[in-house]
Design a protein around this ligand. Structure first.
Ligand code: ADP
Ligand code: MG
Length: 238
């Protein structure tokens, strides 16, 4: 078991880590491109996971959804002018393109993150942490899932906590993003022994036990992509 408090002690403090603190529009665009690449690369894996405890469309939903995000953000007639606008555009694309449960949940979360970050050209790690907290709140309001229900919340919630704890302790953006990616990965794996209480997998009752949740897995890719875009590549993940 990792000792999170120990790890926080080892994180670089602001004074040790000049630069790399601010999140700007180009980092966010990079993040969303990395997410799209990851969803394509892992599409078959997400399909397999969702075939075991759902209807097998999560890989296609994520690949199609983030391809639409990419197309919207690359549209030369509407270049996003701020971090917040880019994220709201991403959320709107996911809501309009992804039919499954994951579309509104991810779309709502990205929209809330974008709204929380507003029109600032750059934001620091603490402000980004506040945005992620708002994104998680929206995801939970929409889906009514709590940690332990075997959903994307099981990866998203620990990722947000880890990001916020690191940022509050003075870590820079890349370090906070790496902490979030690791926590998301731990949360993803921790869904395996759980019985699903929300979403399609809940219809299986006890038979949902022993399978990794597809949405928690895609959330893990989302936070790994954030760490990658920030230049703090986290551990490779399947
Ligand atoms: P659908 O279940 O409609 O086919 P997807 O397959 O794209 O949609 O997404 C499935 C994932 O959505 C699940 O693995 C789970 O993580 C997530 N999910 C489903 N319902 C909820 C909910 N109420 N709250 C949070 N996440 C949910
Ligand atoms: Mg599905």
């Amino acid at each position: 078991m990792r000792d999170p408090e120990r790890e926080l002690d080892n994180l670089p403090r602001r004074a040790d880590a000049p630069g790399g603190e601010a999140v700007d529009r180009s980092l966010v665009l990079d993040w969303l491109r990395h997410v799209s690449t990851a969803m394509n690369r892992h599409q078959d894996h997400l399909t397999e996971l969702d075939s075991a405890i759902g209807d097998g469309d999560h890989g296609a939903n994520m690949a199609r959804g983030f391809a639409a995000v990419r197309a919207a953000l690359d549209d030369p007639s509407h270049p996003p002018t701020s971090v917040g606008e880019a994220l709201v555009t991403a959320g709107n694309s996911l809501i309009s393109v992804v039919g499954g449960a994951s579309g509104p949940l991810y779309g709502g979360a990205f929209r809330s993150l974008g709204k929380a970050l507003g029109t600032a050209p750059q934001v620091d790690a603490r402000r980004f942490a506040a945005g992620l907290t708002a994104a998680l709140a929206t995801m939970q309001q929409l889906g009514a899932a709590v940690p332990g229900d075997k959903t994307m919340v099981d990866a998203y919630s620990p990722a947000v906590s880890a990001f916020r704890d690191a940022a509050d302790a003075g870590a820079d953006f890349p370090t906070s993003a790496r902490a979030a990616a690791r926590a998301a990965e731990d949360g993803m794996r921790a869904t395996i022994p759980l019985q699903a209480r929300k979403g399609r997998a809940s219809y299986l009752g006890l038979r949902s036990i022993g399978h990794q949740d597809p949405g928690a897995t895609s959330t893990c890719y989302v936070f790994h992509a954030l760490a990658e875009a920030a230049g703090a590549a986290a551990i490779p993940v399947q």
